[in-house]
Design a protein around this ligand. Structure first.
Ligand code: GCO
Length: 460
């Protein structure tokens, strides 16, 4: 390793990411409305350890401490999401001032600490009132999203200069509407196509609203991207590779970058009877132009790559359908570790779609290492994971990919959706009984990386 070559560009934004439902708690305080995740987690049998996000990391009350922690680590940026039902308890109409005040204080606190806020508008906690009307299957929900974007950006637009409309529309559709493992727990493929369309449409509609309320701000969207690699070029592998890449990646990237939904996938859906749906079509003239509204950056969430091998067949509803290859290390989420996949993905995006700017908006790993007898948390596997992925990002930058920042998922351990508290992604440990936060070795090393703006060798 040549240390001098592993310095990152000046002003590279090193950050960490979280989302509202996963950390805030205070699920019914200060006028907040119910979200689909409140409803879902309160439904028996939905969450692995029968837990909920009712309290989570209690960030709603402990945010000053959390900002102090971020400052101590030297974070340059913090990506968090806003709970829509804290702002508009019924999804539209009546505004809850207490909700706006909470985020306003958070933003002010971050700026005072010299930390750039990156605000995600939708990280999955739809107001239940909108779900009662059909949720994202309805075009009216996309309209309500624009109202929400307007209210929020009117209040924060003077201080927030980075907006992310949606987090991972793929996960909303796949986990929430195809396999039913996330809220709202439906299993209906054709509906999921409608849901995706309305998510993307609401993004496109919101972009000009955010820009006009937040002069000079950069606006983008975050996608989870799951590269598919072929370990052999058999016909079966190539076909499956094309289909999975279409479902996970191209179905989102293509329309966002003005190429419409991918023709091969549309043909597959028609052949399978998934399109068109009964009744009037959900795609209206002009929608694809709206979806392709130019943005300032693309947010990339990267965790793993799917490698298709002839001898290992992905299992049906396993998500993502990874083929565990015995010799490849997996995180405790069961995701194979593949840093090269990030390098190739960033290059592919640059070659193929050319976003003006890219941020890795999430990357991290679930490992449960906790405090040793001396209280120190030796999460060496997470540290290695991050080190290898930072190096992959660095290689991509050297190839000319305009990567401007990197957000580790996650700042603290938190509520991992249907896995409850059984998976720990934080670089900071949370003791859920006492709410004590303890930076893990990975956090202490990350602090050094940020301070040097370079991939330093851990000296812990
Ligand atoms: C995402 C999810 C995160 C998860 C993380 C780990 O954006 O991918 O929103 O909330 O916690 O991906 O699975």
């Amino acid at each position: 390793m040549r240390p001098e070559s592993l310095t990152f560009p000046h002003n590279f934004l090193w950050g960490a990411a979280t989302s509202a439902y996963q950390i805030e708690g205070a699920w019914n305080e200060d006028g907040k409305g119910e979200s689909i995740w409140d409803r879902f987690s309160h439904t028996p049998g939905t969450i692995k350890d029968d837990s909920t996000g009712d309290v989570a990391c209690d960030h709603y009350h402990r945010w000053p401490e959390d900002i102090a922690l971020m400052k101590e680590l030297g974070l340059k940026a913090y990506r968090f999401s806003v709970s829509w039902p804290r702002i508009l308890p019924d999804g539209r109409g009546k505004v809850n001032q207490a909700g706006l005040d909470f985020y306003s204080r958070l933003v002010d606190g971050l700026l005072q600490a010299g930390i750039e806020p990156f605000v995600t508008l939708y990280h999955w906690d739809l107001p239940q009132a909108l779900q009662d009307e059909g949720g994202w299957a309805m075009r009216s929900t996309a309209e309500a999203f624009v109202e929400y974007a307007d209210v929020l950006s009117r209040h924060l637009g003077d201080r927030v200069k980075h907006w992310i409309t949606h987090n991972e529309p793929f996960s909303v559709a796949f986990l929430g509407y195809q396999i039913g493992e996330h809220a709202p727990g439906q299993k209906d493929f054709p509906t999921s196509l409608q849901v995706i369309h309305h998510l993307l449409l609401s993004h496109g509609w919101a972009v000009p609203v955010l820009r006009s309320n937040s002069p000079g701000a950069e606006v983008g969207i975050t996608l989870i991207l799951i590269p598919i690699e072929l370990a052999s070029s058999s016909d079966a592998n190539s076909k499956l590779g094309r289909i999975l890449d279409g479902q996970f990646n191209r179905w989102y990237l293509d329309p966002l970058y003005g190429r419409h939904y991918p023709a091969d996938q549309v043909a597959d859906h028609i052949a399978a009877g998934h399109l068109p749906l009964e009744g009037p079509t959900f795609i209206q003239t002009g929608d694809l132009d709206s979806i392709a509204t130019p943005t300032d950056f693309l947010g990339v969430n990267y965790y793993t790559t799917i490698v298709l091998r002839d001898d290992v067949v992905p299992e049906g509803e396993n998500h993502p359908p990874v083929s565990p290859v015995p010799e490849v290390e997996c995180t405790e989420m069961g995701l194979p570790v593949n840093p090269d996949g990030l390098y190739r993905l960033l290059n592919r995006l640059h070659f193929n779609y050319q976003p003006g700017k890219l941020f890795v908006t999430e990357n991290g790993a679930s490992y449960s290492d906790g405090p040793g007898k001396d209280g120190r948390i030796r999460d060496q596997r997470r540290l290695n994971y991050l080190q290898e992925h930072f190096a992959a990002a660095h290689r991509a930058i050297e190839c000319g990919v305009p990567l401007a920042g990197y957000f580790v998922w996650s700042l603290t351990d938190n509520f991992e959706w249907s896995k409850g508290y059984t998976q720990r992604y934080g670089i900071v440990w949370v003791d859920y009984k006492t709410q004590q936060r303890i930076p893990k070795d990975s956090a202490l090393w990350y602090k050094q990386v940020i301070a040097e703006n370079a991939l330093v060798t851990p000296t812990l």
